[in-house]
Design a protein around this ligand. Structure first.
Ligand SMILES: NC(=O)c1ccc[n+]([C@@H]2O[C@H](COP(=O)([O-])OP(=O)(O)OC[C@H]3O[C@@H](n4cnc5c(N)ncnc54)[C@H](OP(=O)(O)O)[C@@H]3O)[C@@H](O)[C@H]2O)c1
Length: 293
C-alpha cells in the first residue's frame, strides 16, 4: 500500500500538525511507499516528510520514497510563464535535485514524470534519467498519466525498465481497464499505482476537494452496492473500494490520500479483505451503471 502526500501540508502549520501526524500514522500502520511530487503543497509536502524522516530513527531505511517532476506552475520562473509541462533534461535534473534537498535524502527510490509533456523528446528524457541513475540520485523510474503508447515510446529510448505507471483507477473511473493501460502493465510487468483510489473521497465518506475532472463522477449506484457489501462483510466502504483494486492481477498499488490517522489505518486493512469474483463483478456492474454485454 502507498500513502499519498498531496494533501498533507496546505500550509506550513498544517504540515507540522496534520501532515506530520498523517505520515506517522501511515508509517506505523505499515505503508511502505510514500508518494510525492515537487509541486505538492508548493514543495511543503516533501519538506514535511523530510522533517519526519530526520525525527524518526530507522524510517528512511524501511520506506520507499516516490516523487514526480514535469509540471511547471504558472509564474515560475518568470511572472509571465504559463502553466505547462516540461520534460527538458535541464528541468528534470534540476527538479530532482530540489526534491532531494527538500526530502533531505541522498536517493529517490522512484522518480516519475507527472503528466505527459506534449513536447516530450524520448532521447532527451532518457539522457536525463541515465545521468540521475548514474549519479545515484534515483534508483527506479516511472511515469504517470501516460497512455500505453506514450509509455512504449519512452521505454524504447531507455536501457532500463520503467517500473510504474501511476494513473487514476477507482470504481468511479474505469478507463484504465479498457484503454489498454492495465493490459500493458500485465504484459510489460509495469506496476500500476492507483491515484485517487477512493475518487477523492466520493467512494468513502465524501469528498473535501476534487479535481475538476472528478466533479462529474456519479457514484450513487456503486455507493449503494458498497453500503450493502459493507453491511455483509463488516468492513468500511473505503476499505472495500481499495480491496476491489487489490484483486486485479496487475498488482495495483492504491495510493491512500486521507489526512486522518483513523482513515489511513482503515486503508491499511484492505489487503486483509479478499473479495469473491461475484462481489467484484457486482461492484463493477454497479459502477458501470449497466449490465455487461
Ligand atoms: N499522478 C497524479 O496525477 C495524481 C493525481 C492526484 C493524486 N495523486 C496521488 O494520489 C494520492 C491519493 O489521491 P487522493 O487524495 O485523491 O486519494 P483518495 O484516497 O481517493 O481521496 C482522499 C480524499 O478522500 C477523503 N476521504 C473521505 N472519506 C475517506 C475515507 N474513508 N478514507 C480515506 N479518505 C477519505 C479524504 O479526506 P480526509 O483527509 O478528510 O480523510 C481525502 O480528501 C495523492 O496523495 C497523490 O500522491 C496523483
Amino acid at each position: 500500500m502507498a500513502y499519498g502526500c498531496w494533501r498533507i501540508a496546505d500550509t506550513e502549520e498544517l504540515g507540522r500538525s496534520v501532515g506530520r501526524a498523517a505520515i506517522l500514522a501511515a508509517y506505523e500502520a505499515g505503508y511502505t511507499l510514500f508518494d510525492h511530487a515537487d509541486i505538492y503543497c508548493g514543495g511543503r509536502a516533501e519538506k514535511t516528510f523530510g522533517d519526519v524522516l530526520r525525527e524518526v530513527s530507522g524510517m528512511r531505511a524501511s520506506v520507499l520514497i516516490a516523487t514526480k517532476c514535469g509540471i511547471r506552475l504558472a509564474g515560475e520562473p518568470r511572472p509571465e510563464a504559463p502553466f505547462r509541462y516540461d520534460f527538458s533534461a535541464a528541468h528534470i535534473v534540476w527538479s530532482c535535485e530540489q526534491s532531494l534537498r527538500r526530502l533531505g535524502v541522498a536517493t529517490i527510490d522512484l522518480f516519475q514524470l507527472h503528466r505527459p509533456d506534449w513536447l516530450m523528446n524520448p532521447a532527451e528524457v532518457a539522457a536525463a534519467f541515465a545521468q540521475l541513475r548514474q549519479q545515484g540520485k534515483v534508483r527506479e523510474f516511472g511515469v504517470s498519466n501516460f497512455r500505453p503508447a506514450q509509455l512504449t515510446v519512452l521505454q524504447r529510448a531507455l536501457d532500463f525498465p520503467l517500473v510504474v505507471n501511476q494513473v487514476e483507477i477507482s470504481l468511479a473511473n474505469l478507463s484504465t481497464f479498457i484503454d489498454g493501460t492495465l493490459d500493458q502493465c500485465l504484459a510489460e510487468r509495469v506496476t500500476p499505482m492507483a491515484w485517487s483510489p477512493l475518487a477523492g473521497g466520493l467512494l468513502a465518506d465524501g469528498a473535501r476537494r476534487l479535481l475538476p475532472s472528478q466533479e462529474k463522477y456519479r457514484v450513487e449506484r456503486v455507493g449503494l452496492e458498497l453500503d450493502e457489501l459493507a453491511r455483509v462483510r463488516g468492513s468500511p466502504r473505503g476499505t472495500l473500494a481499495l480491496a476491489w483494486l487489490l484483486k486485479h492481477p496487475a498488482g495495483i498499488v492504491p495510493i491512500v490520500g486521507s489526512t486522518k490517522p483513523e482513515k489511513i489505518r482503515e486503508g491499511a486493512l484492505a489487503p486483509q479483505v479478499e473479495l469473491s469474483r461475484e462481489e467484484w463483478y457486482r461492484l463493477l456492474e454497479s459502477a458501470r451503471g449497466e449490465r455487461l454485454p
